[in-house]
Design a protein around this ligand. Structure first.
Ligand code: ZN
Length: 315
C-alpha cells in the first residue's frame, strides 16, 4: 500500500557562492545547516541541506553550489518559488528584520487566506514567507539567531509554473491525493490531505511564457514525501505503469529517491522519510563537518582541496 503523498519532503535549488548561500539561509532566515556534503552526482560541488533543528522532512531546502556559474532563467517547466511557514503575526517583525539588513521585499500581501512576504535570495531565487493561521507554536530551537516567535517552521509549499495546469493538477489530485483548494487568476492551489509542513502546491498556468533554464537562482527539483521503501516501491510501479519515465531507486544516504518529470516538465522526486539526517552524525552535531558517503571517503582529501572553505556565521 503506497498511501498518499504527505507533502513536500525537500526542495533543491542551485546557488552560486556557497559562503553567501550559508550566510543568507542561516544568518538571515535562521535555518539550521543540517547537512554539509557534496552533490553525489558531481562531488566537486557542495550540497547543503538547510532545515529545522532536527532536519525533519518538510522543513528542508537544499542547494547545489555552482560558484561562478551563470544565472538560470525562470520559466515554465520549473518550480519558480519556494515558500516557508512563519508563525501567525510574525510578518511585521520579518519586514523589520529584512529592512534592517537592506534586503528588498514586497508585502505583506493577502493570498487566499494567508499573508505573504516575497523576496529573493542573493542568487535571485524567489522565496516567500507565509503566515498561516494556527501554525504550530512548538519551540523550533533556542540556538538559532531567530526568536521562536519568528522562526521559520518549515516549508509551506512551492509554486510550479507550467504551460497549462490540467495535467499537473491531475497528477496532484488523482495520484498524490492533493485537494483542489481554489484559484485566483492563473494560480491554482492544491493541498496535501495531511496538512503538515510542505503541504501546498500552487500551479501557475502560463500558456504564453518561455521555458525555464536550470542554473544559479532556480529550483532544480521538488521532492515529495513517502514513509519508506515499500511505499516508494509501490509509487515507482504505479508511475511506471502510468507511462512515467521513472529512475531506479537511488540511495541518497538520508533518504531514498526516485525521480520523474511531471506532465508540466518540472522534475519531481519521491523521497523516503527514513532514515533521516541523524544517520551519520548526532542531531546536536548536524552540519558541523563535511560528511561524505562511504564510496566518496577515499576521495576526501582531494575533495577538501577542491571545495571552497566555508565559515558558519555566528548567531
Ligand atoms: Zn532531492
Amino acid at each position: 500500500m503506497k498511501g498518499l503523498i504527505r507533502g513536500i519532503h525537500h526542495i533543491t535549488a542551485i546557488a552560486g557562492d556557497p559562503q553567501r548561500n550559508i550566510e543568507f539561509y542561516m544568518g538571515v532566515l535562521g535555518l539550521r545547516l543540517v547537512k554539509r556534503t557534496v552533490n553525489y552526482d558531481d562531488p566537486r560541488a557542495y550540497h547543503f541541506y538547510f532545515g529545522d533543528e532536527k532536519g525533519r522532512p518538510g522543513t528542508i531546502l537544499t542547494f547545489f553550489s555552482w560558484p561562478g556559474a551563470h544565472r538560470g532563467r525562470k520559466g515554465t517547466g520549473q518550480a519558480t518559488a519556494a515558500s516557508f511557514s512563519v508563525p501567525e503575526r510574525s510578518l511585521g517583525s520579518w519586514a523589520e528584520r529584512l529592512s534592517s539588513r537592506g534586503i528588498p521585499f514586497n508585502g505583506p500581501v493577502p493570498r487566499f487566506d494567508e499573508e505573504v512576504i516575497t523576496l529573493s535570495d542573493p542568487d535571485g531565487l524567489a522565496l516567500e514567507l507565509v503566515e498561516r493561521a494556527g501554525e504550530r507554536a512548538d519551540d523550533p530551537g533556542t540556538d538559532g539567531p531567530i526568536p521562536p516567535s519568528l522562526a521559520i517552521r518549515g516549508i509551506h509549499g512551492v509554486t510550479l509554473s507550467v504551460e497549462g495546469n490540467e495535467r499537473t493538477a491531475g497528477l496532484l489530485t488523482e495520484r498524490f491525493g492533493f485537494r483542489f483548494k481554489g484559484e485566483k487568476g492563473n494560480r491554482f492551489r492544491y493541498e496535501a490531505e495531511a496538512g503538515e509542513s510542505g503541504s501546498v502546491v500552487d500551479v501557475f498556468s502560463l500558456p504564453a511564457a518561455n521555458g525555464g533554464q536550470v542554473a544559479v537562482g532556480t529550483v532544480h527539483h521538488v521532492a515529495f514525501r513517502t514513509p519508506g521503501r515499500q511505499e516508494q516501491s509501490a509509487w515507482r510501479n504505479e508511475l511506471l505503469e502510468s507511462g512515467y519515465d521513472v529512475t531506479p531507486v537511488i540511495d541518497r544516504t538520508y533518504f531514498r529517491s526516485i525521480y520523474f518529470h511531471e506532465p508540466g516538465g518540472v522534475l519531481f522526486e519521491i523521497a523516503t522519510d527514513s532514515p533521516g539526517f541523524s544517520v551519520d552524525e548526532p542531531v546536536d552535531r548536524l552540519g558541523s563537518r563535511l560528511v561524505l558517503p562511504a564510496w566518496l571517503e577515499p576521495q576526501r582529501s582531494r575533495l577538501e582541496k577542491i571545495l571552497p572553505p566555508i565559515r558558519i556565521p555566528k548567531p
